[in-house]
Write a protein that binds this ligand. Structure first.
Ligand SMILES: Cc1cc2nc3c(=O)[nH]c(=O)nc-3n(C[C@H](O)[C@H](O)[C@H](O)COP(=O)(O)O)c2cc1C
Length: 182
């Protein structure tokens, strides 16, 4: 059977962001976990125009949709901005539709309350895109899992929970692959 492709999406794009550190950590845990292709998807690389401001046929949009199409499931690295997700992530979500449908996803979030409020907003949005979100949801504290809010130093206990989330994503990603073929 072909290996699953799981995209680890970095939700923030600001200069000085910590999301690449969190994405790298998730990828390292994932690679020890099961023989699946994991890839970091950085929204910055796609230079997506703000939805509706262009033709919709810009190279970045085509590349983003093509990349999403090749994925079977996702891990969203989510940071809380004003009790929600970043504008950049919302725009990236809005910039595709069929490419998201009938896939599975997990959320790893961070913020002062573990990014919980942003993560719950994201669950609602993903429901509308027919993305099935798994229940295991590692929440990282900006106060205790980062040094000075900048250097990522996660508590050890998060690792097992990330692995549990990955188990759930892979199970549903396999199941939904058959749904997409039917
Ligand atoms: C515009 C803005 C709004 C924020 N709002 C919140 C918030 O509502 N709740 C929270 O816990 N943290 C909030 N934060 C703190 C961020 O969660 C924190 O800076 C985090 O590191 C951002 O992720 P990033 O470094 O990957 O961009 C906010 C940060 C910014 C820049």
């Amino acid at each position: 059977m072909k290996k699953l492709n799981i995209g680890i999406i970095l939700g923030s794009t600001r200069q000085g962001r910590v999301s690449p550190q969190v994405g790298k950590w998730v990828k390292e845990i994932a690679q020890q976990h099961e023989d699946v292709n994991y890839e970091i998807l950085d929204i910055v690389d796609y230079n997506l125009p703000f939805l509706g401001t262009g033709t919709g046929k810009e190279r970045g949009i085509i590349a983003w949709k093509t990349k999403l199409s090749s994925m079977d499931g996702f891990v969203f690295i989510v940071q809380e901005y004003n009790h929600s997700i970043t504008g950049a992530l919302k725009n990236a979500l809005d910039s595709a539709y069929e490419e998201w449908n009938n896939k599975a996803a997990g959320i790893v979030s961070y913020g002062s309350t573990g990014g919980a409020r942003a993560a719950e907003h994201l669950r609602g949005i993903l429901g509308e895109l027919s993305v099935a979100t798994v229940s295991a949801h590692p929440t990282l504290s900006i106060f205790t899992d980062f040094t000075k809010s900048k250097v990522f130093k996660p508590a050890d206990f998060h690792t097992n929970y990330v692995a549990k989330m990955l188990d759930q994503i892979l199970l549903w990603s396999r199941a939904l692959k058959t749904v997409r073929k039917s």
